[in-house]
Structure formats: structure tokens, C-alpha cells
Design a protein around this ligand. Structure first.
Ligand SMILES: Nc1ncnc2c1ncn2[C@@H]1O[C@H](COP(=O)(O)OP(=O)(O)OP(=O)(O)O)[C@@H](O)[C@H]1O
Length: 629
């Protein structure tokens, strides 16, 4: 489907273009002039230039390769052009000859990262459909969206894989090359005018690499797309697909211009490309100083960069860049952030909720493994504390079971760390692509977790509560489920906070485990509150969510139950003094008094639990807003 057709599809009844797609097709050039990128050197206050004096121009319908040895600055240049580069940047990046705000860059371009961020439990078609829902506002009808997905599947040779899962470690799905094609197609669904690709062929064999570049080339030609791709050592066939080449080394330009002009240009420098050799390989060896004899290689590189700076081709390039900035007509220059077709926050939320829901029930790592684990734990707990009785010798085991159940269930929330980190990694990349922000991400995470945590709490309780013979009435059972649910919700909120602060598997696991150990220690069961050292008491005890869960469950168990004292030689021995002592019984409230827990404060404790959960979530949100990587 041509860009024009896409445009026509999105017109509303008044004939105006509701999705404002036409503006996106008005990009006539992307140019950059005298780009310099400085970064701070490690262990030194002096900044270092990782790109110096880089200029170039890319046009619609053409593919430009950014080439050079590893570390030469390809990704930095690509990120600078796409307005994603941090650090101090000097120089101009223009679209249609004018510097444009970042919002315009975002609206007219798409960026495909080196690593695929696909969701393994979605099919190819679903992946594109969700990409469409995130990229395109509601002005496009469902029918047109479906048509656009179908066209992209065709254009990237993915029709037969439309219903194939992308693939997870547990379920084989698409091949590496097919995944790459899905990643690119997903970025193209919003009909961008500029496509940035960071190492699109990395990890692929030469056939798959050629195939993906061929699909992109055809698409670029057909849809007048500007394509700029960093690429490592392409095969001759793949190299031949590029129209333009920018060759870099040590952050400096060695060449930028037509691929066809390269052989003549290097021949004039007495560096002729041997006829039977892959030109890309030859050129990379030529400008690589890492492995050759260093001084000789450095001298050759200096020669190439100085020759380039004074070459006629360089002068022509600069003239073209300047020309693009002066000759652009006002009509062509007109690009506004309003040209964004992105949907609003409500649609983002619903789209992410739908996608996360599908992922959560298809991807066993997210909740199903944990569900089985918690069920195993429930059977273990129910059989260890099997059929406790209402005799005083079982009072302590009841209290121990409550402590173990609440604390260990909370502790096992560490199993959520990998799933959250996986979701977060996808979020970071999708945020960089402007799909949605931290609020939508964390709200979705919270909402999706609720039914699963409730299911886990209920299943666990159905098994452990009745096997253990806890307070056998419906009200107490459902209160127990509620406390357990809030316990898990708080524990998962803690995982979200910690893993947002330290987005690293081992680090997040260690800190979450440590925090759980801390909450167990200062909760008031292992060390009673009057004995607990004042530092731990005032610094941590009062916002320890496990405290309130434990207290709530204790009140639930002991507030209305009585326990038989032991009779030895006709003498009644009660472990706890209570009003029922003359009946040789212990009122459960006496046990609670021993722990210092008042009956009737459950409402207050539930309120504190909700506040702690919201506190964790809000802090996690602040961290996510501030932390970009
Ligand atoms: N934020 C940064 N701080 C310090 N150095 C940086 C930063 N970003 C990039 N560099 C350095 O700049 C140089 C260019 O990095 P870049 O990632 O752009 O290279 P590349 O050509 O894409 O490499 P590769 O092909 O290996 O991916 C490298 O030496 C890298 O270590």
C-alpha cells in the first residue's frame, strides 16, 4: 500500500485528514552538519569527543549505511540523528533543512534497536496489531488498521507466520530473521517517514541479513522512506543494496556519499578496492586501527580522514547540506508535533492492559509458575501444621503458622523479579519510541497483578487454612484471604520499587530478600515490640507491612476462639490467664493481649496496608519517571 493510499484511508467525512498522516510524508531530507558529540571520560574531568565534524544528508527512497569498525561511533551518530543521544552535542540535525523539535522527530521517525524487544507469547499478527494500537490514533477505522497490518505482513513476507507465536524459551516460534522482520514491520506500522536501524543484521547469517535488508530496501523505495542503518561488515550482496554509505573511524568521517562513487574515490587515494573482494570488508580493514600494526594503521587513517576533509566529494556534500537548508520551500518545511498520530493516554492504557493480560496468561513465567509454587507451599504448610486443635498446646503452632504463612508468602514474591525486569526492559524501549510513559506502564502492572494475586491468595488459603484448622467460619476465612492478598500485593509492590531502583536481576533479588528478612525481624513476632531495640522499632517497625498482616491474621484467629487448658492429675494448667480460667479454658483474646494486639483495630490496619502499598507504588513511579534506563 502506498503512503498516499494510507493517507486517503484516514480522511474523515469533512475531507480533512483526521490522523494527519499527510504531514508525515512530507520529509524531503534529513541532513546533519558539523556534528560533535562529547562525553565525560571515566576518571577524568576532561570530556572526550566521540564524534567530530560529521556531516551528511539522506533522502527519501534511499538507504544509507553507517559503517566503521567497532566503537567508531555508528550508534552514537544514529542516536544523535534520532534525538536520542545524551551528552554534549554541537552541530545541527535538520529535517527538511530546519532544526526541528524532538516531538517532530518522534512523530516522523521510527527507531529499530539492535535487540528485538518482542513479546514471545504474542503472535506475529498480534505484535503488529498492538504496535498499530500504540502508534495510531483512533481516527483510523478498525478495518483500515487490519488492512495496514495485513499489508505489512505481506510486504515483509510474514503472511505464513501471521499466527505463529514469536517464541519464548519454552515455546519455539519465529526464526531470528523473521523476528527481525517483525521488529522492523512493527516500527513501520505508524507510517513514519524516517527509519533508523541500529545493526539490523546483527546475530543473523548472511542470507537472513540480505533478506531483511532487501525487504527494507523494497519498502523504502515503495513508500519513499529515508532509511539510515548502522551496519557491521555486510556481505557484498547486502552492501550493494545501500545507496549511500557513511564510513567512520575513531569518530571521524572517512567517506560519505554514493556507494557507487566509493571505488573511484578510494582508487584516487591509491587505496583501490580489489576486484574480487567484498568492498565493505576491505574498507573496514582499511580504517580499522585495532588489529593492524598500530602506527602504520593510524598513519593510513589520518591520511584517509584528511583526504576526505579536503576532497571534492566532501565539498559537494557540504554544498548539498547547505542547499537543503536554504532551498526548502515553506510548504515542505512545515512539520509540526501535531503531525503525531499517537493515541491518548486512555487508549495507551487499554492497549497495554490487553497486551499484558494476554502475556500474563500465555507466559507461564509471569504468574503460572508462581501459582504452582504457592500451591506447593500451601500443601506443605497445611500438612506440617495439619489439623491443629483448640488446645493450649496448639496455640503457639497456630501463631507460628500465621507468621510463617504471611512472612514466607511475602518472601516468595522475589520470584516476580525476573518477570518484572522483563516487562521493564520492554517498557524502557517502548518509552524511548514514545509509545507510552511510566504512568501507563505502572498502572497496568498494578491492575494486571490484582486478579492473579487474588487467585493465588484464595487457592493458597483453600488448601492451607482448612488443612491447618484455622478459625472455621466463613468470615474468618475471607478475612484471612484478604490479609494474604494485601500481603502479596504489598510484597509485589516492594519488588516493583526495588527492581525499578536496581534494574538488575541479582541486585533486585538480593535487596528484596534482604528487605523481607528485615520485615520478618522487626515485625514484633520474633522479637516482641517492648523488647525491640528503639532504632529498629522507630525506623522500620511501623511501616513494616508484614506487621499488620500478622496482627490482622492473629486477631482473625484468636479474637473469638477458646482453647482448652491442660489437665494434669485433675489439676487445670492454663498457659494464659483469662476470664475463662475457671472453665479450664483460655479466651483467645488473652493470647492477643500477650502480644499487645487490640481487637477492633483491623480497619485501621487495613488502611495502613493500603497506604504502604500506595507508598511503594508511588515511589516506584517517581523512580521510573526519573530513571530513563
Ligand atoms: N555515554 C558514553 N560515555 C562514554 N563513552 C561513550 C558513551 N557512549 C559511547 N561512548 C564511546 O564512544 C565510542 C563510540 O560508541 P558507539 O557505540 O557509537 O560505537 P559503535 O560504532 O556503534 O560500536 P559497535 O559497532 O561496537 O556497536 C565508544 O568508544 C564508546 O565506548
Amino acid at each position: 500500500m502506498q503512503a498516499n493510499e494510507l493517507r486517503d484511508m484516514s480522511r474523515d467525512e469533512n475531507g480533512s485528514d483526521a490522523s494527519t498522516l499527510p504531514e508525515l510524508s512530507k520529509v524531503i531530507s534529513v541532513s546533519w552538519r558539523e556534528i560533535q558529540v562529547m562525553v565525560k571520560k571515566q576518571h577524568s574531568a576532561r570530556p572526550r569527543a566521540i564524534l567530530s565534524d560529521i556531516s551528511g544528508i539522506a533522502r527519501p527512497g534511499e538507504m544509507m549505511a553507517l559503517m566503521g569498525p567497532s566503537g567508531c561511533g555508528k550508534t552514537t551518530l544514529l542516536n544523535t540523528l534520532a534525538q536520542r543521544q545524551a551528552g554534549s552535542i554541537v552541530g545541527q540535525v535538520c529535517i527538511n533543512g530546519r532544526e526541528q523539535p524532538r516531538s517532530v522527530h518522534r512523530a516522523v521517525s521510527a527507531y529499530v534497536e539492535q535487540e528485538d524487544t518482542l513479546i514471545g507469547s504474542l503472535t506475529t499478527q498480534e505484535t503488529l496489531r498492538f504496535a498499530a494500537d500504540f502508534s495510531i490514533s483512533r481516527s483510523l477505522s478498525k478495518h483500515d488498521l487490519v488492512a495496514r497490518v495485513r499489508d505489512l505482513l505481506n510486504e515483509f513476507g510474514l503472511q505464513k507466520q501471521a499466527r505463529t507465536l514469536v517464541g519464548t524459551p519454552f515455546r519455539k516460534g519465529l526464526s531470528g530473521g523473521q523476528k527481525r522482520r517483525v521488529s522492523v514491520a512493527a516500527q513501520l506500522i505508524g507510517n513514519p517517514s524516517i527509519l533508523y536501524l541500529d545493526e539490523p543484521t546483527s546475530g543473523l547469517d548472511s542470507t537472513a541479513s540480505h533478506e531483511i535488508m532487501l525487504f527494507i530496501k523494497r519498502f523504502a523505495k515503495q513508500h519513499n522512506l529515508v532509511v539510515i542503518a548502522s551496519i557491521h561488515q555486510p556481505s557484498t550482496k547486502t552492501f550493494d543494496l545501500f545507496d549511500q554509505v557513511t564510513l567512520l573511524s575513531q569518530g571521524k568521517m572517512c567517506y560519505s556519499g554514493s556507494r557507487r562513487d566509493m571505488p573511484n574515490y578510494f582508487a584516487e587515494l591509491d587505496l583501490e578496492i580489489p576486484p574480487m573482494m567484498n568492498p565493505a570488508e576491505y574498507l573496514l580493514d582499511l580504517v580499522n586501527i585495532d588489529f593492524a600494526y598500530r602506527e602504520e594503521a593510524q598513519a593510513r587513517l589520518d591520511y584517509i580522514t584528511t583526504q576526505w576533509a579536503s576532497s571534492a566529494l566532501h565539498r559537494k556534500l557540504i554544498a548539498d547540506v547547505l542547499d537543503s537548508t536554504s532551498s526548502s520551500s515553506d510548504k515542505a518545511i512545515h512539520l509540526s508535533p501535531g503531525s503525531s498520530t499517537r493515541p491518548g493516554i486512555r487508549k495507551q492504557l487499554f492497549t497495554l492492559l490487553r497486551r499484558s493480560f494476554i502475556k500474563s496468561y500465555r507466559d507461564i513465567v509471569t504468574y503460572w509458575i508462581r501459582l504452582v509454587m504457592y500451591l506447593g507451599l500451601a500443601i506443605m504448610m497445611g500438612t506440617v501444621w495439619l489439623r491443629l486443635t483448640t488446645t493450649q498446646k496448639h496455640i503457639q503452632p497456630f501463631a507460628n503458622a500465621i507468621f510463617f504463612g504471611s512472612a514466607f508468602m511475602s518472601f516468595m514474591a522475589v520470584a516476580y523479579v525476573p518477570a518484572f525486569l522483563e516487562d521493564r526492559a520492554i517498557f524502557i524501549k517502548e518509552r524511548a519510541n514514545g509509545l507510552y510513559g511510566p504512568t501507563v506502564f505502572l498502572l497496568t502492572n498494578f491492575i494486571i497483578g490484582i486478579p492473579y494475586l487474588f487467585l493465588i491468595s484464595t487457592l493458597f488459603s483453600v488448601v492451607a487454612y482448612w488443612l491447618g484448622n484455622f478459625n472455621p467460619n466463613a468470615h474468618s476465612f475471607f478475612m484471612w484471604v484478604l490479609w494474604l492478598f494485601l500481603d502479596l500485593l504489598a510484597a509485589e509492590s516492594l519488588v516493583v520499587l526495588v527492581a525499578s531502583l536496581i534494574p538488575n536481576f541479582v541486585g533486585a533479588l538480593a535487596i528484596t530478600a534482604f528487605a523481607n528478612g528485615l520485615w520478618m525481624s522487626v515485625g514484633g513476632f520474633l522479637v516482641p515490640l517492648p523488647v525491640l531495640n528503639v532504632f529498629w522499632k522507630y525506623a522500620f517497625h511501623y511501616w513494616d507491612y508484614q506487621t499488620y498482616v500478622f496482627q490482622g491474621m492473629m486477631v482473625n484467629e484468636f479474637s473469638d476462639r477458646t482453647y482448652d487448658c491442660t489437665v494434669v492429675n485433675g489439676q487445670c494448667h492454663c498457659m494464659y490467664a483469662s476470664a475463662l480460667q475457671d472453665q479450664c479454658k483460655i479466651a483467645g483474646t488473652a493470647v492477643l493481649e500477650q502480644y499487645g494486639y487490640a481487637v477492633g483495630k483491623q480497619g485501621q490496619w487495613l488502611g495502613i496496608m493500603v497506604a504502604i502499598i500506595l507508598g511503594y507504588r508511588l515511589t516506584g513511579w517517581v523512580v521510573t519517571v526519573l530513571r530513563k534506563t
